[in-house]
Write a protein that binds this ligand. Sequence first.
Ligand code: PLP
Length: 382
Amino acid sequence: KYDFSTRIRQVNPSATQQIADKAKELSQRGEDVISLGVGEPDFDTPVEVKECAKEALDDGFVHYTSTKGIRELREEIVGKLEEENQIDAGIEDVLVTPGGKFSIFLVCQAFLDENDEAILFDPAWVSYDECVKLAGAEPVWSETNANLKPDLEDFKDKINDSTSLVILNSPCNPTGQVYDESTIKAVTEIARENNCLVMSDEIYEKIIYEKEHYSPGSEYDNVITVNGFSKTFSMTGWRLGYTVAEEEVIDEMKKIQQHSVSCPTSFAQKGAVCAYKNKEIESKLEGMVLKYRKRRDTLLKGLKSLDIECTKPEGGFYAFPYIGTDSFKVSEELLDKCHIGVTPGKAFGDGGKGYIRISYAQSEERIKEAIERIRKTELEYI
Ligand code: PLP
């Protein structure tokens, strides 16, 4: 009946959403579903952040802001970048967007043309692929090794004159892997030798365990950094993220923001100012990361007791166990027979097809219960 555009027809619906919808449907029917599928913190937004946003509402801060985001927030972001990431940026080098995802979308729109290629490390977060396609370009998958880290030899093979963008994501969704500084540097240098930009998605930088986070934007000028408030401050519904790049780049991206969403939400930005400004929140974050780490350990122990192989996740709140068979069948079976929602690894690229992604943004009790349900159920695929 409708003559949809070629562009929209080649975009796939989010696979992470599909399974979450099915799990929600089961819950609504009264089933006790353990949701380990969605990439969303189960913690609440810090109360201080909420208070600032409420104050802004009460003060009537309810109108459009400047397209790039309020100055106060960009100043806080600049301070944060300098202190925590050693990234030297000015306030005109920052674009606040409605979510980190929109930053990624804008970077793709700004730099990708038809026949351009963008390299992703396989497996990669579901939206990169689609954002690249929405810009008319071709996603090219570069392999990762047995530890789910970039295979530099394969990367060198894949990068070519048509490559315009390389997407790095550490800590990584879906694998939970944190790439070493040397790996990130090598990728960035190879990209630079090929006149290629790197988009470094650092949205999980604060949720990290044994490793240190490294921002390539601190040393290389071919890097665009993307970050946001969703994961660190449990603010997914606030829709706030940002891009850091040279002013010339930001101003090009700004044009699309201007003509699509105008600006990020006014009072949400005031809340985000507080997230970076209020130092008490820092200690709360430490407590949150400790909890995630404990949950990860509980999950790893449980998986081991079930003889399921899993490379130890070093950041984010995802584990990516190897199940060896069709990840869609396994995920469906876990939902149908155990009422556990996970995400099929294949949704993140061919490299993930023998894996499932388990989000441990869930209480320890529920994680333990999930393991017991699997133990007690006769499963065909695990
Ligand atoms: N990047 C990665 C790797 C993510 O997993 C997500 C959210 O799931 C985002 C970016 C975007 O987050 P948001 O748009 O909520 O800032």
